[in-house]
Design a protein around this ligand. Structure first.
Ligand code: ATP
Ligand code: MG
Ligand code: MG
Ligand code: MG
Length: 439
C-alpha cells in the first residue's frame, strides 16, 4: 500500500476522551472512530489488525477441529424465553421490536441459538463430538463503556460451543479449547494466563478466564509468579488425545492464579511468600463447561448407544477479538506509539522515502516495494511529500515491526537503513539484505 493513496487519518494531538494508552494510540493512529458511546467504526488500519486477529483465531480453531459458521446478530426473544434468560439478562440486553411488534434482541452471546440449531439437526450420539463456532458482533449495553474497544457496547467475539455425549467428553472439549486459546494468544504476542473464574449460578470448577497482565486491566489478579514462566511455544499437540490436552490443562492451571472474584486468601497463603503477586489483568477470553444447562430446558437430546434420549453436555468458549487490539497495545507500546507483534501487525514493514520526487530514490523505493510484495509481504510505502521527521513519527506511531529508510546519500553506496521498531536499532545494509532479513 502506498500511503499517499491510503486512508490513515493520524491525529497529532492526544485525544482528551482517552484515559488509557491503547485507546489513545488507536485514535491517534487512525484505527478507530467512535460513533457513539461504545460503538466504533474500524478505519482501514484498525480493520486490518482486526482481520489478522480473526485469522489467527480461525487457524487455531481449525487446528483443534472446530467448525466455523455464522449466526446472525439479531435473535428472536422466544429462544431466550425457552432458556429463561430473556428475563434474567437484565439491562445489558438490547431489546428491539420489529414492524410486526415481535420481540428481537441484538445477541450478547449465542448459547440459545446454537442449541436451537443443534436440536433441529442432530439426533444421534454418532454425530458427536461436535464443536461449532463463529466470529460475530455482539451487543451488550454496558453501564460504563470505556477504554475504547476494550469495553465497547458493540464488540467482536469468537464464541464456540461444544456438544458431547458425556461429561468426560465435554471436559475434553474444554481442555482442547484451553490448548487452542493458549496457542492463539501466544501467536498474537500475548501472554494470557488461565485463571480460575467464578462459575456464577451454575457453580463448579469448570471455567477459566484468560488474563493479560496490564496496569489498566479491570480485574484484580493474584498469582504464583511461576505461572508467568510457562509458555506453550511450538508444541505439537494431538487435539484428539485426552491425555495430551489434560496434561496441558494441568500444567497451566496447577499454580495459583485467580481474579478477585474467586480469590481465596487461605489457599493463596500456601504459595511461598516470595512468589505471591498481585496485579491487574485484562480478560481476553473465557471457557466454560455447563453441562445440560441449555440442552435440558431447550430439548437438545441425542440417542445414546442404548437408544435412550439424553440431553447433550455443552460448554461455551469466548475470545474477545476486538478487545484484543486494546490488550495487545497495552502490552506492546512505548512513548512513541504502538509496537506490533509480528503475528498481528497491519503491515509487515514500512518504507520511508527521504527524498520523494528524486528519481533514483523513488526508483529504489519502488523496487524494494515490488520485491517485498513479490515475496508475499505487505509493505506500507510512505511516498508522501513530507519531512523525514513527520514520516518517522507516523511510522513509530503505527508501530510496524520494521522500517526501511531510503535516501539519496545511502544509495550512492547501495545502502538503506533497516530499523527494528522494538529495539530501535538501525543497521546500514543493501536493499537486498534488508528484504532478506524481513522476509
Ligand atoms: P467482562 O468481565 O470484561 O465484562 P465478560 O466476562 O462479561 O467480560 P464473556 O461473556 O466471558 O465476557 O465474553 C467473552 C469475551 O468477550 C470476554 O472474555 C472479553 O474478552 C470479551 N468481552 C466481553 N465483554 C466485552 C465488551 N463489552 N467489549 C469488548 N469485549 C468484551
Ligand atoms: Mg461483562
Ligand atoms: Mg468477566
Ligand atoms: Mg467472562
Amino acid at each position: 500500500m502506498r500511503l499517499s493513496r491510503y486512508f490513515l487519518p493520524v491525529l497529532k494531538e492526544d485525544p482528551k476522551e482517552a484515559q488509557i494508552v491503547s485507546h489513545r494510540l488507536m485514535l491517534r493512529a487512525g484505527m478507530i472512530k467512535q460513533q457513539t458511546a461504545g460503538i466504533y467504526s474500524w478505519l482501514p488500519l484498525g480493520f486490518k489488525v482486526l482481520r489478522r486477529i480473526e485469522q489467527i483465531v480461525h487457524e487455531e480453531q481449525a487446528r483443534a477441529g472446530h467448525i466455523p459458521m455464522l449466526m446472525p446478530t439479531l435473535q428472536p426473544a422466544d429462544l431466550w424465553r425457552e432458556s429463561g434468560r430473556y428475563d434474567d439478562y437484565g439491562e445489558e440486553m438490547l431489546r428491539i421490536k420489529d414492524r410486526n411488534k415481535r420481540d428481537l434482541l441484538y445477541g450478547p452471546t449465542n448459547e440459545e441459538m446454537i442449541t436451537d440449531i443443534f436440536r433441529s439437526h442432530v439426533g444421534s450420539y454418532k454425530d458427536l463430538p461436535l464443536t461449532l463456532y463463529h466470529i460475530q458482533w455482539k451487543f451488550r449495553d454496558e453501564i460504563r463503556p470505556r477504554f475504547g474497544v476494550m469495553r465497547g457496547r458493540e464488540f467482536l467475539m469468537k464464541d464456540g460451543y461444544n456438544f458431547d455425549l458425556t461429561k468426560e467428553d465435554a471436559l475434553h472439549a474444554y481442555n482442547r479449547h484451553l490448548v487452542s486459546y493458549l496457542r492463539s494468544y501466544e501467536r498474537m504476542g500475548l501472554q494470557a494466563i488461565p485463571m480460575r473464574a467464578d462459575g456464577g449460578p451454575i457453580g463448579g470448577d469448570y471455567t477459566h478466564e484468560f488474563l493479560v497482565l496490564a496496569e489498566t486491566g479491570e480485574s484484580e489478579v493474584f498469582y504464583d509468579s511461576q505461572i508467568t514462566d510457562l509458555t506453550f511455544g511450538d508444541r505439537d499437540i494431538d487435539y484428539d488425545s485426552v491425555e495430551e490436552c489434560q496434561a496441558v490443562l494441568e500444567e497451566f492451571t496447577s499454580r495459583y492464579a485467580r481474579t478477585d472474584e474467586t480469590h481465596d486468601e487461605a489457599v493463596y497463603a500456601q504459595v511461598p511468600e516470595e512468589r505471591r503477586r498481585t496485579a491487574r489483568g485484562i480478560e481476553v477470553g473465557q471457557i466454560f463447561y455447563f453441562g445440560t444447562k441449555y440442552s435440558e430446558p431447550m430439548g437438545a437430546m441425542v440417542r445414546n448407544s442404548d437408544g435412550a434420549q439424553v440431553p447433550v453436555h455443552m460448554g461455551s468458549h469466548g475470545i474477545g477479538v476486538s478487545r484484543l487490539l486494546g490488550a495487545i497495545i497495552e502490552a506492546n507500546h512505548d512513548d512513541k506509539g504502538i509496537i506490533w507483534p509480528e503475528g498481528v501487525t497491519p503491515f509487515h514493514v514500512g518504507i520511508v522515502n527521504l527524498k520523494q520526487g528524486d528519481n533514483s530514490t523513488d526508483a529504489a523505493c519502488d523496487a524494494i516495494y515490488a520485491e517485498l510484495q513479490a515475496r508475499g509481504l505487505d509493505p506500507l510505502y510512505d511516498d508522501r511529500d513530507e519531512r523525514a521527521g513527520a514520516k518517522f513519527a507516523s511510522m513509530d506511531l503505527i508501530g510496524l515491526p520494521w522500517r526501511i529508510t531510503v535516501g539519496p546519500r545511502g544509495l550512492t553506496s547501495n545502502k538503506v537503513e533497516l530499523t527494528s521498531r522494538r529495539t530501535g536499532q538501525t543497521e546500514e545494509v543493501s536493499p537486498q539484505e534488508a528484504i532478506a532479513r524481513i522476509a
